[in-house]
Design a protein around this ligand. Structure first.
Ligand code: GDP
Ligand code: IMO
Ligand code: MG
Length: 424
């Protein structure tokens, strides 16, 4: 049984949570392989409406084992809050495990994220201020603390002796008071008390599932345009949302991933800074935001909106190796008489390109659009491909062409059942 990687094909918030929740009705395991509580994955199902930050979107199926993998960073405070919310609504969470090798987002990481952003002034990345950059940079600098170490308080104390002077030195440059070892250690004790049993070596669990041919889903966070290496650097996150990082972050050989499902919105949105060529700063952009309720799931910030970017999707499809697509929020376009698709970028010298260039050049491009007729009919009730209006199908077929991958799912509303599962 192959592994299916479900990853974002744009700037994040494509509807990954919603798609994983749907697919997990029939999955044995869901693994988050990168990112932290910067993620906001919205799921609407029979239990209610949830914004999942750490917990994989397979949590609603009691038969699904959910794993927060080694490639993730975990803030125990927000995780505990998330678990409380889930449990209060009757969702069982005993099937959630945390990799002992995942890094801990400490309170000082959040603090540093906010202070660094403030110091960047007009050149801020627009991070979620969840400490993501600082915790991943401590990981690569080898001064991070992993979840498994929390189980050994003496060890944490030792590690803090190395990291806190570095942190406090940086805090001092911002005129911020130092953080103290004892404060951190007392929080650590509390975290271990509530989360200790979930912190395990996840390799045996994953290996067993794959050897037994179980259905395993990888749940990506964010999207390729914010990938640390391939996104719009420096306006990126500090991990790799690409499908190829899945086996690294989850802990299994890459040959198991045979399906890569790219989740893409039927138009474009981005939250945070950086070049976004298709951005519409006019009434149409405003309309997309209102109809699509485009406000950040984690920070509540209004999302930047624009037409579908076919150049970005070609790039995403290549880098991820999409074998199929899930297009979400088609219903948001139901009332537009004309819909545009960006099919190329024009450089200042007039040259046309169909590839995403590096940030300095991307900041200079102008989008080249094609105009498609809208369908002017509600799609929210559709459950079969044939039930979609003809113009909607044509529009979707153009997206397939640009991505070079077939559309397997079309989401026509936020609720679990509002989905067209196409027979290919
Ligand atoms: P994720 O981070 O990729 O999981 O996506 P988010 O949850 O941040 O953003 C997707 C938003 O769109 C959420 O508010 C969803 O409830 C909503 N959504 C998902 N699919 C659809 C859809 O097909 N139609 C509409 N109208 N809303 C959708
Ligand atoms: P999901 O998983 C959309 C953006 C931030 C900022 C950049 C870096 O819900 O799709 P970070 O806090 O990671 O250091 O911020 O990435 N960003 C997201 N945008 N959806 C997310 O997650 C995001 N997580 C981070 O706005 O531009
Ligand atoms: Mg989101």
């Amino acid at each position: 049984m192959p592994v299916t990687a479900v990853v974002g094909g744009q700037w994040g918030d494509e509807g990954k949570g919603r798609i994983v929740d749907y697919l997990a009705q029939d999955a044995d395991m869901v693994i988050r392989f990168q990112g932290g509580d910067n993620a906001g994955h919205t799921v609407i199902n029979e239990y209610g409406t949830f914004q999942l930050h750490h917990v994989p979107s397979g949590i609603f199926n009691p038969r699904t084992v959910n794993i927060v993998g080694t490639g993730c960073v975990v803030n125990p405070e927000t995780l505990l809050e998330e678990l409380r919310t889930l449990e209060e609504t009757g969702v069982r969470t005993d099937n959630l495990y945390l990799s002992n090798r995942a890094h801990v987002t400490m309170p000082y990481h959040r603090l540093l994220d906010g202070l660094r952003e403030q110091a960047r002034g007009g050149r801020a990345i627009g991070t979620t201020r969840r400490g993501i950059g600082p915790v991943y940079s401590h990981k690569t600098a080898r001064i991070g603390i992993r979840l498994g170490e929390l189980l050994y308080p003496d060890r944490v104390r030792e590690r803090l002796k190395i990291v806190l002077p570095i942190v406090n030195q940086e805090l001092a440059t911002y005129g911020h008071p130092p953080v103290h070892e004892d404060e951190i250690l007392s929080r650590v004790r509390e975290w271990v008390q509530h989360l200790g049993d979930r912190i395990v070596d996840t390799v045996p669990l994953v290996r067993k599932a794959l050897r037994e041919n179980r259905r395993v889903l990888l749940e990506g966070q964010l999207g390729v345009m914010r990938d640390l290496d391939w996104g719009i650097y420096p306006y990126v996150t500090s991990s790799n949302p690409l499908a190829s990082y899945g086996p690294v972050g989850a802990g299994f050989p890459m040959r198991y991933v045979t399906r890569v499902l790219g989740v893409v919105k039927a138009y474009s949105t981005a939250v945070g800074g950086g070049p976004f060529p298709v951005e519409l700063l006019d009434e149409t952009g405003e309309r997309l935001r209102e109809l699509g309720q485009e406000y950040g799931a984690t920070t509540g910030r209004p999302r930047r909106c624009g037409w579908f970017d076919g150049v970005a999707i070609r790039y995403a499809a290549w880098l991820n190796g999409f074998t199929e697509l899930a297009v979400t929020k088609l219903d948001v376009l139901d009332t537009f008489p004309e819909i545009k698709i960006c099919v190329g970028y024009r450089l200042p010298d007039g040259q046309e390109i169909d590839w995403v260039p590096d940030t300095p050049l991307l900041e200079m491009v102008e989008p080249i659009y094609e105009t498609w007729p809208g369908w002017m009919a509600p799609t929210g009730h559709a459950r079969r491909w044939e039930e979609l209006p003809e113009n909607a199908r044509r529009y979707l077929e153009r997206i397939e062409e640009l991505a070079g991958a077939p559309i397997r799912y079309v989401s026509v509303g936020p609720r679990r059942e509002q989905l067209v599962a196409r027979v290919l």
